[in-house]
Design a protein around this ligand. Sequence first.
Ligand SMILES: Cc1ncc(COP(=O)(O)O)c(C=O)c1O
Length: 463
Amino acid sequence: MSMPTPLSNMQTRDMASLIHPFTDLTLMRQTGPLVIERGAGVFIYDTEGKDYLEAMGGLWCTALGWGEEALVEAAAEQMRKLPFAHIFGGKSHEPGIALAEKLKEMAPFPVGKVFFANSGSEANDSQIKLMWYAANARGENRRKKIIARERAYHGVTLASASLTGLDAFHKSFDLPFDFTVRAACPHYYRSAENGESEAEYGARLAADLEALILKEGPDTIAAMFTEAVMGAGGAIVPPAGYHRQVAAMLRKYGIRLVDDEVICGFGRTGHAFGCQTFDYQPDSMTVAKALSSAYLPISAVLLSPELTEIIEAEATRIGGLWHAFTYSAHPVAAAVALRTLELYEQRDIFGHVRKVSPLFLERLRALAGHPLVGEADGVGLIGGIELVADKKSRRNFEAARGVGAASARFCQEEGLVVRPLASDRIALCPPLVIGEAEIGELFDRFERGLDRTLAWARGEGLV
Ligand SMILES: Cc1ncc(COP(=O)(O)O)c(C=O)c1O
């Protein structure tokens, strides 16, 4: 790694005042943070003017890339007209109404109504509360457990962090809450048995899920949360047929399927929603991130007509739905989100993903030939790469050696932003507007970062 340079004024100010999440604080005290000043298209620029190809779309979210004037205009126009209004106490406003209508029109399953929040975590917390609310309304008071998978990521608020299936998010936080039931992570590379086909593996997971449901008691389980492709858990593509079988199993036992489309929603996997790419039907869906191309915070819960009816009947009976946020359906965020969804359509962004995805996946899968890479796979414009100490036995590096994090730092020095995840997996999730030449540049920079990681690992005696 390059020698640390003296910290800039901005870095010093940062370190005196900001708490940094998801960060190796010991390392950052030496290197200082990377302070970003501006962005254009798929590139961001630091305060020294160095460019970085942003291969994570920020945090899996900046779908239209940086500098999209149409969104700036939508925000400015709405700010001038009505910068704030709420939907409590029987009030409403046009941006909220229009966005709810648009989401209903785009949804790949019948949607009754839409509930708005400000982040993926808030929306998923709302989902849990609404699932309990609906179960109680039906007199199914025992249905309190929620199934989520190992390595799932559903957010960081108390309830959503409980569903998140990564130890780091529980340690020292007294989590998870005990309503959480853990199912297996569908990772063929890591957990298929010798000689097992993908289809057989998927069928085994569905059978295991049924055993889990029966052990817990079907009438004690309100819902299961899934992501089409697991994002923060490792950018893990599930085996063929898995989601369809899981959905069928849940239906059999009257357990609702909550589809967390916070990353996969809006074109990421090549169709508008991940559940279309993987062919399953949820009862309820969470969207956020690319909903507004991340230009403003907004998220939504899309409820089936049946759930909508149950929830509204209960709210009528007890005198109101006592759950919402000050900024639910914030008019400026809603106006920007609506404009984002219009741009996806007008520019056929999801078609563009399907057009450039073959090149992205070809370059991604070619990485499997690299001495450090155990698995490299993806779908649409999302990919996961697992670095291993030994390709043949698939042995991981010791977590404490931080090989994945080191590779992300080498990539950063090469002008590429990627995200290191648990088990030395590296995620790629570039803005959906990325062009073919930029995809080439992304992988050229990534390969240079990987080669430097290999040289470093050899020097450290890790391989
Ligand atoms: C699938 C998924 N669900 C929920 C969340 C939480 O969203 P937020 O960070 O907006 O709370 C994330 C964030 O990365 C996510 O990837």
